[in-house]
Design a protein around this ligand. Structure first.
Ligand code: GTP
Ligand code: MG
Ligand code: ZN
Length: 301
């Protein structure tokens, strides 16, 4: 007997906040679901049954996940889900203040691509002046770019138009204006802004918990504080070029099938960089991230 269906908003220890028919319920895992790994995460659609006693509900089944944002665990131990059924990722950067670091943005875009989640770039703080080179960099790579000012309101209407009916992850480097943007899009959220967030050492254990924030009418913002800490290790090095949209059409054109596009002869990617069809700086990011996929932090978990 399935009493109702819901969507997991957030995990709180052994309990889950679940949205169901406009109500918010508290639930615990029951039966087979309890023994299963991977465990239930925010964004999961679940079947619920009333518990025999008290106000808790039991989660008896997880529906198949449309998409899942995973973090990878080194030493071939696989992946752990962070949030499921995400429809898109917005990578937010400032036009300036702080000065954008393209390799950081590239890394976040690769994470989205590696999880098969469509991504676009938001360039915030254009009230401080445009950043045409940054915009051109990502448009040339094939991304939709949205120049906005959370402060002045420019471009925000266009951003809102991307949200209906979707679950959207907002991510980006510190100081870009993510919390300011989330507060604007989801009034009542009241995230703190303007402070330097705690830097988390790459090798340290990071809790990556996600939360679904309702925007109404089937739109959700996904708050994943740890998304930018999600590691690339374990991403198949040969699959990295697949995560650069501008490289995808050329894959298979290199002389060697297992070309890593570094110094191999007859490399179509390096040729495209020389010809200027692929941005040299994006290619530099590719080389940097390739190293990251091949290195594994020793003391992670
Ligand atoms: N000039 C200008 N400043 C902005 C804009 N949006 C945000 N800011 C300011 O930029 C600073 C950082 O904004 P936050 O929203 O805290 O940035 P964040 O991306 O959440 O940063 P972390 O939480 O550290 O990751 C704050 O002082 C904001 O007031 C904007 O559109 N224009
Ligand atoms: Mg913030
Ligand atoms: Zn190649």
């Amino acid at each position: 007997m399935v009493s109702r269906v819901g969507m997991v908003l957030e995990r709180e220890g052994a309990e889950y906040r679940v949205s169901s028919d406009g109500a918010e319920l508290r639930a615990v895992l029951r039966g087979k679901v309890k023994r299963d790994t991977p465990k239930v995460v925010a964004g999961d659609r679940v079947d619920l049954e009333p518990e025999a006693a008290g106000e808790l509900w039991g989660i008896t089944r997880v529906h198949p996940r449309r998409t899942v944002l995973e973090r990878r665990i080194p030493l071939g131990r696989g992946t752990r889900p962070v949030v499921s059924n995400v429809d898109q990722v917005l990578v937010v950067t400032a036009a300036r203040h702080p000065e954008p670091i393209p390799s950081v943005i590239d890394r976040l875009l690769v994470l989205a691509e590696a999880n098969d989640i469509p991504a676009s770039v938001v360039i915030n703080k254009i009230d401080l002046g445009p950043n045409a080179p940054l915009q051109a960099r990502y448009e040339k790579a094939g991304y939709a770019v949205h120049p906005v000012s959370v402060k002045g309101g420019d471009g925000i209407g266009g951003l809102r138009a991307l949200l209906p009916g979707k679950a959207t992850v907002v991510t980006g480097p510190s100081g870009a204006g993510k919390s300011s943007l989330l507060n604007l899009l989801a009034p009542g959220l009241e995230l703190r802004t303007g402070e330097l967030s705690e830097k988390v050492g790459r090798g340290r254990q990071t809790t990556v918990s996600a939360r679904m924030v309702p925007l109404g009418e089937g739109a959700w913002l996904v708050d994943t504080p740890g998304f930018s800490e999600v590691g690339l290790w374990g991403l198949e090095p040969l699959g990295l070029a697949q995560c650069f949209p501008e490289m995808r059409p050329l894959l298979g054109c290199c002389k060697y099938a297992d070309c890593r596009h570094l110094d191999e002869p007859g490399c179509a990617i390096r040729q495209a960089v020389q010809d200027g069809t692929i941005d040299a700086d994006r290619y530099a990011s590719y080389r940097l991230l390739l190293q990251e996929t091949e290195a594994e932090p020793a003391d992670w978990e």
